[in-house]
Unconditional design. Structure first.
Length: 484
């Protein structure tokens, strides 16, 4: 059989000039695309990954690039002009000459959201406590409930929250539920129908329906987890609505971290939701009539916790959350503790971590022993040798999946949100994180992370050197990570 196939292939290639035509077609396909990719000015590893995939997989590689390749959408102007039209927005920004820190200015300039304050910030550990806090806030709602999620599953957790939303919608509370079309693909029309009948609304972020002659937005998702109740209470962090994150239902539930906030900073979280809702639905300001977006008693009241909302997505080339992470690490004087489920850093982030360790700081990295993606796990481990050699203390958490996303610098700076420490979160996903400057909050986060480090396994450089059989999959995983 093999000899027959070889014979036919040799006969095929023996056709006059066929090999020349095939080579010419391959070059005509490859050169323009590779030139376009190089002009994207991405990191060398990302550029090399796409060039290799296009070269080795002619035409199939282009299909992959068409579906998953780097894309920028012209959403920034839409956000600033359409979604903020008629809304009460920020008029006073952090003045440069009045003690505004460089980090706060960086975050403000790249996101358009100025520093603010919170009167209360509660750290919620794991799904059970988070869901109870959200349900309690939902039951107290009197005007509106806004929710945005990457994953919302129609399981026990999802059904329980939906029933609470339906009950409030029947009372006249305005309920708006924005779901990512890929992450929440298990949610169907029948599941949401009772909410619609009660007067609630739902919308899909970047639906996956086919649109002729248009690049699909399969690779650009809203990874945000947002709940805003009456413009007074806001929740955000890493926890989705799914039984997989409720430890009271599953012993193998994800280990995760979420936030409950009150105070003026809720206003900026509300603004993020409104922009996403308007973008996804095409609605106007008039559609929010009857909704008190800003809570009068909290709006403008100076809280005791310095807070700032960070957003990023493919609509902005500044990568605000990425830049803020790197800047915060460079600013640190004594310690840098990072916990993330997916660790695929770019060169700037990797240099920041290793430079901090080489400079004598207490630098620690906590990742899951095995994430929900073996490829991502191998990609993360491919960086361990460099980190360990520089003096970074690396820990692997298990057996549960570590899903928390937090950065602690020194004794007063904490960054918590939905963004992982990888290319996807920094460049492709729409993310939200919260930046705090507060010794009390940072102390609570430090105490929590110390407990996580205590039950995690440290990674040793000598042990890493003996695991030669893992080096090839790790190298391949790092090479393909920009394509994820």
């Amino acid at each position: 059989m093999l000899e027959t196939l070889n014979h036919w292939w040799d006969a095929f290639l023996s056709i006059p000039h066929l090999s020349r035509w095939l080579t010419a077609a391959w070059l005509l396909y490859l050169i323009p695309l590779c030139g376009w990719i190089v002009l994207q000015k991405r990191e060398p590893v990302a550029t090399l990954s796409w060039v290799l995939s296009l070269s080795l997989l002619p035409y199939v590689g282009y299909l992959i690039y068409f579906l998953l390749g780097p894309q920028k959408i012209k959403r920034q102007q839409l956000r600033r002009h359409q979604s903020r039209t008629g809304l009460d927005t920020y008029e006073v920004f952090c003045p440069v000459d009045e003690g505004c820190t460089e980090l706060a200015m960086l975050a403000q300039t790249t996101t358009g959201l100025p520093p603010s304050t919170a009167t209360s910030v509660q750290l919620l550990v794991d799904g059970s406590a988070t869901y109870e806090a959200i349900l309690d806030a939902v039951r107290q709602a009197t005007n509106h409930i806004h929710l945005e999620y990457y994953i919302y599953n129609p399981d026990r957790c999802g059904q329980r929250l939906l029933e609470a939303l339906i009950a409030k919608a029947r009372e006249g509370v305005k309920v708006r539920l924005l779901l990512d079309a890929v992450g929440s693909s298990r949610v169907g029309r029948r599941f949401l129908q009772p909410l619609h009948e009660a007067g609630g609304e739902s919308a899909w972020f970047h639906p996956t329906r086919f649109r002729p002659f248009t690049r699909p937005w399969v690779n650009m998702r809203t990874h945000r987890k947002i709940v805003v109740v009456d413009g007074r209470i806001a929740f955000t962090g890493g926890i989705n609505i799914t039984d997989e994150e409720d430890e009271s239902l599953r012993p193998d539930a994800y280990r995760d971290l979420h936030l409950r906030m009150e105070g003026d900073v809720v206003r900026s979280v509300q603004q993020v939701f409104v922009e996403d809702w308007v973008y996804a639905t095409g609605q106007k300001r008039k559609d929010f009539q009857g909704t008190r977006l800003w809570h009068a008693t909290d709006n403008g009241i100076e809280g005791g916790i310095a807070a700032q909302t960070l957003v990023s997505g493919p609509d902005s080339s500044w990568e605000p959350i990425h830049r803020t992470h790197v800047a915060a690490i460079h600013e640190a004087k004594s310690r840098v503790w990072l916990v993330t489920p997916y660790f695929v850093p770019g060169e700037a982030a990797r240099m920041a971590l290793t430079s901090a360790a080489l400079g004598g700081l207490d630098v620690r990295l906590l990742v899951p022993k095995m994430s929900d993606s073996r490829l991502v796990t191998y990609a993360a481990r491919s960086y361990f040798d460099e980190l360990l050699a520089a003096g970074v203390n690396v820990y692997e958490y298990g057996p549960r999946m570590m899903h928390s996303k937090a950065l602690l610098c020194d004794d007063n700076l904490a960054l918590i949100g939905s963004a992982n420490f990888d290319h996807r979160s920094f460049r492709l996903n729409f993310e939200i994180s919260m930046l705090f400057r507060d010794r009390g909050l940072a102390g609570r986060l430090a105490q929590l992370l110390e407990g996580e480090f205590a039950v995690s396994a440290p990674v040793h450089l000598q042990r890493r050197r003996s695991l030669w059989r893992h080096r090839l999959p790790e190298a391949l995983a790092r090479l393909t990570s920009p394509l994820l």
